[in-house]
Design a protein around this ligand. Structure first.
Ligand SMILES: Cc1cc2nc3c(=O)[nH]c(=O)nc-3n(C[C@H](O)[C@H](O)[C@H](O)COP(=O)(O)OP(=O)(O)OC[C@H]3O[C@@H](n4cnc5c(N)ncnc54)[C@H](O)[C@@H]3O)c2cc1C
Length: 724
């Protein structure tokens, strides 16, 4: 499973002795693993040999990482969850800051720094939620404009690690951290030590107390009501888990985490805690009990506490990453929708159908016609969905009809309206139907504008990758069978060409360009998408598009799949075999729930409507909560254009108005009556017209026949007289 290029929790193992941070002293950590040949070693002094070794190593790594060359060479980008400092920003940032800072001075030409960057990035990701207490940052001394700062701060070797306490004065040049094993775990614990090194007076503004609390303080609050949860992590004195969980929950409201020690006998007796570390939970209503976790690991404790009812991530004050989320073309107006209870361990066909409805009737509507590459991308998407959409049914039939129609058309350019007519089943083909409304279930947001379409699009593609794995020959003879990862490639092209959120498309394209080509088989295809999805959401945690009711977090959570999570050297890691099995089950056809799905309505024969008007994404008047299949749910009220969600819909609605469409006919399955001839669909009106035309033509031909018959008789008579 080496396909995952930058696994979220990758760790570079470095084994060096642990050393403390010392003010003023500087030391580097060059790895001594590259061996020079004996001939070279004999010719040069040991010191020069060391330098040569470093240079060879740097050159080798630079050769391996071509994108690290030149001015664009950047080991860290804005995408990484750390702060990139420069000469001009360094002092103002770390001086009198409300948080502490751990800063790596590196050089982008230094081979070891290049190698170490993956560990530093993993660390940044691991402690992303600690930022209010301590920031992780980097400064590139290889950049000319940063030379002054590196000189000023006395940097002679790379990398050099310095920390700055919160509220430090401008004269503070930082405290250098010497050597040590620089694994993620070591550095993370170092950050905890740095925070604990503060006094009560200069502690970072948002850093809670990390010192253990005694039974004298804790026992009196047992049984008391409160407006929040209190989690007590009981652990061995040398354990860091409690402090790490406190910091992991720093950005969450509704829960307070405290740490107590296993040496506190009265507390252990009162709480009846026997295993360490354990979390004892005091509920707001005054009840209290041990928190059950599958594994006694930091990740499990933090994940469970974050998902307690009422516990929410505090919104970020800056909207840097959130703005992107807001640009996603989200359907609004679902706020007044009734809440649909759902099971997080299921996938809902209503979400898949809503994704297809939104994609075909809204997103695609921005394109008045499809031609060239756009048409090819659309055709491929329809092919993939047709072949892999699970469960059959009216939606699968619609996609099949659409696919057959697209493939049989010899046209280079197709007006979007023609696609829409087919999606709306204007020909009234029996059993073909796609509900003309969004009905989010697993993708419903706590308020309008959150989740919805992007959530359902992810879901759809996860389902398609898993279906492709279950039906390896499904794409044979489609022209896509030659691609190693056809579902991913089609998704990539769709996102690039049609996805309404341009910025999201750009990010996805970058990720795809970096690693999608390495996907070699169907299993890797499933895992690549899972990993990519986690990377996107990891970037978006705490952004404005993060629904407080469904906070973005590494997925699947321990409650969905405990065996997917493990810990290696104190760092959380995924068990990818377990992940694969879990994804196969979760997105497999057998885990699809038809609950809330729109079913094709049984309609009477069509009748002309005296008040033609637009019908678009409408909302159900009333919805049965909990009724399986949604069989009793019928077409809802027609919405006027002004009420429709979003400009695209409104635009479409007006278009429908101009055309005088008949409300109630859009998307109806009906009892049949349509006919396919040469890839073109004819409805009953078309057929009646054909019959009328046919009868008229026959009458006309008969008239012509009699006319010429009479004339020829006269002609013969005239000629026969002459002859006589
Ligand atoms: C291709 C693509 C790129 C995007 N890029 C951006 C972007 O750059 N910036 C931006 O702001 N928004 C982006 N978005 C939107 C963003 O990823 C979310 O979809 C959106 O914010 C809604 O989030 P959500 O909480 O509903 O969960 P989503 O992330 O949409 O997840 C939907 C469901 O999938 C399941 N799930 C979660 N994680 C995984 C996983 N790793 N593997 C499998 N299943 C999972 C869960 O059941 C979850 O409820 C993108 C969306 C797509 C489809």
């Amino acid at each position: 499973m080496s396909v995952l290029p930058a696994d979220l929790y990758t760790q570079v193992p470095v084994s060096e002795p642990r050393l403390p941070c010392l003010p003023g002293s500087l030391r580097s950590f060059p790895p001594q693993t590259l061996q020079l040949s004996d001939d070279v070693s004999r010719l040069v002094s040991p010191r020069s040999a060391g330098m040569l070794r470093s240079w060879f190593k740097a050159a080798f790594v630079l050769w391996l990482v071509p994108e690290s060359l030149g001015p664009a060479a950047r080991l860290y980008t804005e995408e990484d969850p750390l702060v990139i400092l420069s000469s001009s920003s360094l002092t103002p940032t770390v001086t009198n800051s409300s948080s502490a800072w751990l800063l790596q001075f590196y050089s982008s030409w230094c081979g070891h720094c290049i190698q170490y960057s993956s560990t530093w990035k993993s660390l940044a990701l691991d402690v992303k939620d600690w930022q209010q207490a301590i920031h992780l940052s980097v400064l590139d001394c290889a950049q000319e404009e940063n030379l002054d700062a590196c000189k000023d701060y006395g940097i002679k070797f790379y990398p050099t690690f310095k920390y700055f306490r919160a509220h430090s004065p401008p004269t503070d040049k930082g405290t250098t951290c010497r050597g040590g094993d620089r694994t993620v775990q070591f550095m993370r614990q170092l950050m905890v030590d740095i925070l604990q090194n503060h006094t009560q007076m200069d502690r970072p503004d948002h850093c809670p107390a990390l010192e253990p609390v005694s039974s004298v303080e804790l026992l009196p609050v047992l049984g008391q009501r409160s407006d929040h949860y209190t989690a007590i992590v009981v652990e061995e004195p040398e354990s860091y888990v409690g402090r790490e969980v406190i910091l992991d929950l720093l950005q969450f409201s509704g829960v307070e985490v405290k740490r107590a020690l296993s040496s506190d006998r009265p507390l252990l007796d009162a709480l009846k805690v026997t295993a360490f570390p354990s979390v004892y939970l005091l509920h707001p209503n005054g009840t209290h009990a041990n928190l059950h976790v599958e594994k006694r690991l930091r990740f499990f404790f933090s994940s469970l506490l974050r998902t307690l009812p009422g516990v929410q991530r505090r919104p970020k004050s800056d909207s840097s990453s959130s703005s992107v989320g807001q640009k996603v073309a989200l359907p609004h107006g679902q706020s007044s929708e009734p809440w649909r209870n759902f099971d997080r361990s299921k996938v809902y066909t209503a979400d898949l159908e809503s994704a297809l409805h939104y994609l075909l009737r809204v997103e695609l509507a921005a394109h008045t016609s499809l031609e060239g590459d756009e048409l090819k991308v659309f055709k491929d998407l329809v092919t993939v969905v047709t072949k892999l959409y699970p469960g059959g049914g009216s939606v699968a039939k619609l996609m099949e009809t659409l696919s057959d129609w697209l493939l049989s058309l010899p046209l280079q350019r197709i007006p979007y309206q023609a696609v829409l007519d087919l999606v709306d089943n204007k020909m009234r083909i029996s059993g073909v139907f796609l509900g003309a409304e969004v009905r989010w279930v697993g993708c419903q947001g706590s308020r309008a504008g959150l989740r919805g379409y992007p959530c359902s699009l992810w879901t759809l593609f996860h389902v398609l990758t898993v279906q492709h794995d279950a039906m390896p020959t499904a794409l044979d003879n489609t022209g896509l069978e030659g691609e190693a990862a056809p579902v991913l490639q089609v998704m990539r092209r769709y996102i690039r060409t049609f996805f309404g959120c341009e910025e999201c498309g750009r990010h996805f394209e970058q990720a795809a360009a970096a690693s999608m080509d390495r996907v070699q088989n169907r299993e890797q295809q499933i895992l690549w998408l899972w990993n990519q999805h986690n990377m996107v959401n990891n970037r978006l945690t705490g952004s404005l598009s993060d629904d407080p009711l469904f906070p973005k977090a590494p997925w699947p959570s321990p409650s969905l799949c405990a065996s997917c999570h493990e810990e290696e050297n104190g760092v959380h890691v995924w068990n990818q075999n377990r992940i694969l099995s879990f994804l196969r089950h979760h997105y497999g056809a057998s885990n699809l729930s038809p609950h809330y799905s729109l079913t094709p309505p049984q309609l009477p024969a069509p009748h002309p409507n005296p008040n033609p008007g637009p019908v678009q994404t409408s909302k159900p008047q009333a919805e049965k909560q909990g009724g399986a299949g949604g069989g009793g749910e019928r077409r809802e009220q027609v919405k006027v254009a002004e009420e429709l969600p979003g400009p695209q819909l409104r635009h479409q609605a007006h278009r429908g108005e101009q055309k005088g469409e008949v409300p109630g006919h859009r998307g109806e399955g009906g009892a049949g009556g349509g006919v396919w001839i040469l890839g073109l669909g004819f409805n009953s009106v078309d057929m009646s017209l054909c019959v009328v035309l046919y009868v008229c033509s026959c009458l006309f031909l008969m008239l012509l026949f009699f006319f010429f018959k009479v004339r020829s008789k006269r002609w013969k008579l005239r000629h026969s007289r002459l002859y006589v």
